[in-house]
Design a protein around this ligand. Structure first.
Ligand SMILES: NC(=O)c1ccc[n+]([C@@H]2O[C@H](COP(=O)([O-])OP(=O)(O)OC[C@H]3O[C@@H](n4cnc5c(N)ncnc54)[C@H](O)[C@@H]3O)[C@@H](O)[C@H]2O)c1
Length: 334
């Protein structure tokens, strides 16, 4: 029987995930939705033949909801994830798990007390076919021990409300998670370097930035984050190992001979780049819920990302190398 899913937050990604559950994935049906914007929730509910719950908390407690998806704004995630744990329901929470490391720790404590993993965090890059090939190159030993990684995260442009710290908390947060997963290692320090600023960035935004991360085994990761790069949405990652190099494949696209040129179109929309990964991620979650356990990126991964992002933001402000300390990983996540 299909699991009955309740979705809290019917904004952009919430509606996108609801479409996935309804049209692309199998084994789940969205029975209830909720949003602080009541009109929006009722419209989405009508479109899918479900119901609009009065509040997120009512949705979590409801008998017609087996598992919860949290796609509301980041500042609301802690409350809803804690309520889902208290109700003993599996919950998929879009990134960030919570907006502070302390809030992520409260979620970990609640889940550990519950005694079973219930939470999966929406770090979808782990489900991208290219990143999975990179992971395979590492785990099969084909490039030897990884020593360095060179990454780039480029967007064509950002709105005027995008601030310097958001380059970390909204953008590099994905590299922070996926590089930990690729290298199977924790970070010990972060540093930020500011290259020459692009004239395309607003006056309050430092763009581009270079984020330097060091892991406990001594591997070094550099991430160029450049959110007004104009030409397209471009994600690059190259791992340098002791015996070889592995590079993230380019998204597949038509090879064109046209107007005297041979070329491939560059993506401009991030949604297109990871569209397949979201499908795999949520199907994996449905399968895990059906099997009675959460298996994907955990609360610990959400916490590790939050601690690392905090260190990066501190490094932005101080210009110093900032130490990253996670503390003891609970047995539940080992
Ligand atoms: N994994 C990814 O790549 C990815 C991509 C996009 C967004 N996200 C994350 O998903 C979340 C939502 O992003 P979005 O782009 O859909 O934003 P959005 O602004 O389009 O939608 C957020 C929705 O939350 C609702 N909301 C606000 N307060 C609420 C509350 N207290 N209770 C219930 N609903 C509430 C808003 O009314 C809105 O409909 C964010 O945390 C964002 O970081 C992740």
């Amino acid at each position: 029987m299909a699991i009955r899913v309740g979705v809290i937050g019917t904004g952009a990604i919430g509606q996108d995930h609801i479409r996935r559950f309804s049209q692309a994935l199998s084994g789940a049906v969205v029975t209830a939705v909720s949003d602080i914007d009541d009109v929006r929730a009722r419209k989405v509910a009508k479109d899918i033949g479900g119901r609009a719950a009065a509040t997120g908390r009512e949705l979590i407690a409801a008998d017609d909801v087996d598992a919860v998806v949290v796609t509301s704004i980041g500042s609301t995630h802690e409350e809803y994830v804690l309520a889902a744990i208290a109700a003993g329901k599996t919950v998929f929470c879009e990134k960030p798990l919570a907006t502070t490391a302390a809030a992520c720790k409260r979620i970990i404590d609640a889940e550990v007390k519950h005694g079973k993993r219930l939470v999966q965090v929406g770090f979808m890059r782990r489900y991208d076919a290219g990143y999975r090939m990179l992971k395979n190159a590492v785990t099969t030993g084909r490039i030897g021990t990884p020593l360095m990684a060179h990454c780039a995260h480029r967007n064509p442009a950002v709105g005027d409300n995008y601030t310097t710290d958001m380059a970390i908390t909204d953008t590099v947060i994905h590299e922070i998670d996926v590089m930990r997963w690729l290298l199977d290692d924790e970070y010990v320090s972060a540093q930020i370097i500011y290259p020459k600023k692009t004239s395309k960035a607003s006056s309050h935004l430092a763009d581009p930035q270079i984020v330097l991360l060091e892991t406990s085994s001594g591997a070094r990761i550099d991430v160029e984050v450049f959110v007004n790069a104009v030409y397209g949405y471009d994600i690059q990652c190259e791992l340098v190992g002791e015996t070889g190099i592995a590079r993230l494949p380019e998204p597949s696209n038509v090879l064109m001979r046209s107007q005297g040129q041979l070329g491939v179109e560059i993506l401009t929309d991030w949604k297109q780049r990871f569209i397949g990964a979201y499908d795999v991620e949520l199907q994996d979650w449905i399968n895990a819920v059906t099997a009675g356990k959460a298996t994907g990126p955990s609360s610990w991964d959400g916490y590790a990302a939050a601690v690392t992002a905090d260190a990066c933001v501190k490094a932005q402000i101080t210009g110093k190398i900032v130490e990253i300390k996670l503390g003891e990983k609970p047995a539940l996540y080992r």
